[in-house]
Design a binder for this molecule. Structure first.
Ligand SMILES: Cc1ncc(CO)c(N)n1
Length: 213
């Protein structure tokens, strides 16, 4: 049997992929030992990630070739714009992050990098390109969140960041993204490899810079 296209993409980026999945951010998140300043710095940047992520989902919805896919993107975008966004607002409150602080914190490099690659992928109007970036973002998060049987941390700020990326709907969305990229990616393999590997590198950097204070 030939290997799945998405497996080939992941294997081509195996080192950066596992460095991100096994990052100390993840270990400390599960242990509940992550410093509040690190979690706050990460979430401030990630709330901006969410904005560009929704933009790219809109582009994927527009460029998808089936009604079924558009329905799936629509449902997921509703969850992100709803309960996931609400998690951020509750977490900022619990961590004592004010709106002033959020507005006056500059974008870090990986945040800018994600905004740029998502804009770039959207501008190609290629479903395969959009899927390559979306698949990295969701599949890599699925792997660190669902890949182990670790107990959930106590604080909702930590625990819900895990369960947002390990629940039946999220896991189904990851499976959907992979099967879509397996289906439409191979004729555009070079473009997919390019977007996929740049997105994996950004994921690793995104975790790294949460520790730069
Ligand atoms: C940086 C980053 N990658 C992936 C996800 C999952 O959506 C996220 N929230 N943030």
């Amino acid at each position: 049997m030939t290997e799945r296209f998405t497996e080939t993409l992941k294997e081509a980026n195996a080192t950066a992929w596992s460095d991100a999945v096994d990052h100390r951010f993840v270990t400390q998140l599960f242990a509940g030992t992550i410093a509040d300043e690190v979690m706050a710095a990460y979430l401030i940047q990630d709330h901006r990630f969410l904005d560009s992520f929704l933009t790219l989902q809109g582009a994927a919805m527009a460029s998808a070739d089936t009604f079924e896919a558009r329905l799936r993107f629509g449902r997921f975008a509703g969850m992100v714009a709803g309960e996931e966004n609400t998690y951020f607002l509750r977490a900022f409150e619990a961590l004592g992050v004010s709106e002033f602080q959020r507005e006056n914190t500059p974008d870090k490099e990986p945040t800018k990098g994600f905004q740029a690659i998502m804009r770039e992928a959207a501008a190609t109007r290629s479903y395969a390109a959009a899927l390559s970036v979306l698949t990295v973002a969701e599949w890599l998060y699925y792997e660190w969140a669902a890949g182990t049987s670790r107990a959930l941390p106590e604080s909702f700020v930590h625990a819900e960041w895990v369960t947002l990326h390990d629940n039946p709907d999220f896991n189904d969305f990851v499976a959907f993204l992979r099967s879509e990229l397996d289906r439409v990616g191979p004729p555009h393999a070079d473009v997919c490899h390019d977007f996929f590997s740049r997105a994996v590198a950004l994921e690793l950097e995104f975790f790294n810079v949460a520790y730069d204070q």
